[in-house]
Write a protein that binds this ligand. Structure first.
Ligand code: BES
Ligand code: MN
Ligand code: ZN
Length: 486
């Protein structure tokens, strides 16, 4: 796990500004107002900051945009990151403003000179999240991290521990999702999850023999073609009282070839991220435990690998789920739902959760529907769904409610078993969700998040470089904080 940038808060000291090295960040309002520290920077730079603020370049900058003045006269710093930000701006825009600081952090330390402003924690959160890089498999110069730490010169309070807890969780998710599948096998994944014990999380690893005994046949069937043993990992954070826990459930397919219903070669390498749901559960558990959340939260992940092999399950096989319902496996590439249905059932039988949220890179169809901007939100409970959408909105993590209805459920009818594992091309994400709904008890408020489009991006986003995003860790953490902590 990579360490998040440290955040040190110091009182404003105008005389120290000139000798700060690497990067300085200053904030300027849309009207071109500098705070006290900005005025000092300007004076030391012999008026160059004020000239920049009067220029067309600044004039064209929008709220939260930034521009770096390199090798400034009078300062020891390599650059001054000038950020346009109103003093009252909070939330997503403030985090986006912080991203410029995050990029500078990848080169070394940054001094953030912050006068009075409302969104300072958000700015620092954005900075910290954007300072991510995944260079574990590079050698030579590219391997060395030059990442620096943050010193904030301010008279305001900063929740450094809270910011770091969130960054660490998101970064861990990104590390897991970016990790290639020959490294992150089911065994290695389970081992990394055991690391949560250091934060006071109880971690259990259920091995194949126990899963067999529990009757998790649909989950085990997916992993039959792989040399990596299937596992279910149970993580328990007990920060609350006697109340039922919130359950987070993740699809952890460490690689998805499609199985006997083999995927085409082009793009198959992307399926290294098919454990994104499990990775998000891991990151959320980390953040929740690290900040010692006053709530009970359990995380369960199904870790399997979907491979074609002489022992792999075949199209047409009928498998009995832990619930007892039988499934005709029409397509072995619709494996995520086979993993989740057993883990969802086990979660409810064992924990009787107050709410259950699953995350899965479940369908390509959700990318057709929503692109990479929003995860699909499927739910049997309007209040829970509303609370989640609000948390996601506040964190700037795109999420869009999708329908569930008996009419879609009909598409899963099987000739010889209780259901098929696919419903055909129309509404592919909805029929996948309907499949899961059959394994959700009426009394369990439930959300299914299809994160196939948002777990990883081919380009950079506001708060992440290319690759894994860590989508969902912040929304889940906020949902727990706002709804389940008293
Ligand atoms: N892991 C895939 C879904 C996926 C696709 C995730 C693209 C990320 C990017 C899932 O297991 C899968 O293969 N789904 C099939 C279902 C189909 C066979 C009904 C799909 O979406 O094509
Ligand atoms: Mn698949
Ligand atoms: Zn898959």
């Amino acid at each position: 796990m990579q360490n998040a940038p440290k955040i040190t808060v110091v009182a404003p000291d105008l005389d120290a500004i000139g000798s700060a090295t690497r990067h300085l960040a200053v904030f300027v309002t849309g009207e071109g107002k500098l705070d006290k520290m900005g005025r000092r920077v300007n004076r030391v730079m012999k008026g160059a900051l004020a000239r920049f603020v009067e220029s067309d370049v600044f004039g064209k900058m929008k709220e939260a945009d930034s521009h770096t003045l390199s090798y400034p006269t009078g300062l020891d710093a390599d650059g001054v990151v000038v950020i346009r930000l109103e003093r009252r701006t909070k939330g997503a825009l403030a985090r986006k403003a912080g991203a410029a600081i995050g990029k500078a952090l990848l080169q070394g330390d940054v001094w953030v000179l912050a006068g009075p402003m409302k969104g300072l924690d958000d700015v620092l959160q954005g900075a910290s999240l954007r300072a991510y890089a995944f260079n574990d498999h590079k050698t030579g110069e590219d391997a060395a991290s030059k990442r620096g730490d943050i010193t904030v010169m301010t008279g305001s309070e900063v929740d450094a521990d809270g910011i770091i807890a969130v960054t660490e969780g998101v970064w861990w998710t990104r590390d897991l999702v970016n990790e290639p599948s020959n490294v992150l096998t089911t065994t290695e994944f389970a081992k990394r999850l055991e690391g949560l014990e250091a934060l006071g999380v109880k971690v259990e690893v259920l091995e194949e023999a126990e899963l067999q005994e529990l009757g998790m046949r649909t989950l085990l069937a997916v992993g039959e073609g792989s040399e990596s043993p299937s596992k279910v990992v149970v993580m328990q954070w007990s920060g609350g009282g006697a109340e039922a826990p919130v359950a987070l459930v993740g699809k952890g397919v460490v690689f998805d070839t499609g199985g006997i219903s083999l995927k085409p070669a082009v793009g198959m390498e992307e399926m290294t991220m098919d454990m994104g749901g499990a990775g998000t559960v891991a990151g959320a558990m980390h953040t929740i435990a690290k900040r010692k959340a006053a709530a009970n939260v359990v995380g369960l992940v199904g870790l399997v690998e979907n491979m074609p092999d002489g022992r792999a399950q075949r199209p047409g096989d009928v498998v009995v789920s832990m619930k007892g319902d039988t499934v005709e496996v029409i397509n072995t590439d619709a494996e995520g739902r086979l993993v989740l249905c057993d883990v969802l059932w086990y979660t409810q039988e064992r924990f009787k959760p107050a709410a259950m949220i699953d995350l899965a890179t479940l369908t390509g169809a959700i990318i057709i529907a929503l692109g990479h901007e929003n995860a699909g939100v499927f739910s049997n409970d309007d209040a829970l769904s509303k609370a989640f959408l609000k948390a996601a909105e506040e964190e700037g993590e795109g999420a869009w409610r999708m329908p569930l209805a008996p009419a879609y459920d009909k598409l899963l009818k099987s000739r010889i078993a209780d259901m098929k594992n696919i419903g055909g091309r129309p509404a592919g994400s909805v029929t996948a969700a309907q499949f899961l709904l059959r394994f959700v008890k009426d009394e369990t408020p439930w959300i299914h998040l299809d994160i196939a489009g948002v777990a990883s991006h081919s380009g950079e986003t506001d708060l992440a470089p290319k690759g894994a995003t860590g989508w969902g860790v912040r929304a889940l953490n906020r949902l727990i904080a706002d709804t389940y902590e008293v």
